[in-house]
Design a protein around this ligand. Structure first.
Ligand code: R1P
Ligand code: URA
Length: 234
């Protein structure tokens, strides 16, 4: 057990998928894994371990925002020796040519700040995906005909952002979408020599104002789960 994860040693697989929503973790584990069993209920941040095509896989909720993700990713890496961490999240599209339910692979993740920021001090570190995972996810998505976008995303500290000028600059600099965890996940993975990727599904559109309801964010983003699994074991 770690402070925030109740799993026994050995109950967490080397490959961990991390949705923000713990109920998406439950849905994905029941839909995509063989013999899933709940390995964490601490604070309701559900985690499940099962297998996919014979490979052990854990799907563990991260919560919303980088401070929460940081706690789970740190414990998964330090206490359970997780090697591959793939975020499976929702995001808001920031460019006109991206549609609802399109999949975004985050090549880089910009942020105003993240929990690692204080440690890095004057360095403006560029959080980036693992190249092998990114390439494999790209190949998987293309093979299945997914509407796919690959590029930079923005990991925000706020869902209800009151800085339209900040969004304007992100859009202007080609940022594809906004979410709230990837920059810290990428930074932690790099620091510990692990592989990380964020595979995201567009749930909102910041340009058109379209949005999907909570139940669809929880239970309908299966394509990104399959892409993440195929990339992990490519
Ligand atoms: O759907 P998840 O994975 O939680 O991701 C996105 O959704 C949450 C906000 O609604 C934030 O965590 C953001 O990153
Ligand atoms: O962080 C997020 C996630 C989904 N949609 C948004 O607009 N922001």
């Amino acid at each position: 057990m770690s402070t925030h994860i109740g799993a026994a040693p050995g109950d967490i697989a080397p490959t961990v998928l991390m949705p923000g929503d713990p109920l998406r973790a439950k849905w994905a584990a029941e839909k995509f894994l063989d013999e899933p069993r709940c390995i964490n209920e601490v604070r309701g941040m559900l985690g499940f371990t099962g297998s996919w095509r014979g490979h052990p896989v854990t799907i563990q909720g991260s919560g919303m925002g980088m401070p929460s993700l940081s706690i789970y990713a740190n414990e998964l890496i330090r206490e359970y020796d997780a090697q591959t961490l793939i975020r499976i999240g929702s995001c808001g599209a920031m460019q006109k040519d991206i549609g609802l339910r399109d999949v975004v692979l985050a090549m880089t993740a910009s942020s105003v700040g993240n929990p690692s920021r204080a440690m890095l001090r004057e360095i403006h570190y560029a959080p980036h995906a693992d190249w092998g995972l990114l390439r494999a996810a790209h190949d998987s998505a293309n093979a299945r005909g997914t509407r796919l976008h690959v590029g930079g995303i923005y990991s925000s500290d706020t869902f209800y952002d009151e800085r339209p000028d900040l969004h304007e600059q992100m859009v202007r600099h080609g940022i594809l979408a906004v979410e709230m965890e990837a920059a810290e996940l990428y930074t932690l993975a790099a620091r510990h020599g692990r592989r990380a990727l964020a595979v995201l599904t567009v749930s909102d559109h910041l340009v058109t104002g379209e949005e999907l309801p909570a139940i669809e964010r929880e239970q309908s983003f299966g394509e990104m789960v399959e892409i993440a699994l195929e990339a992990a074991f490519a």
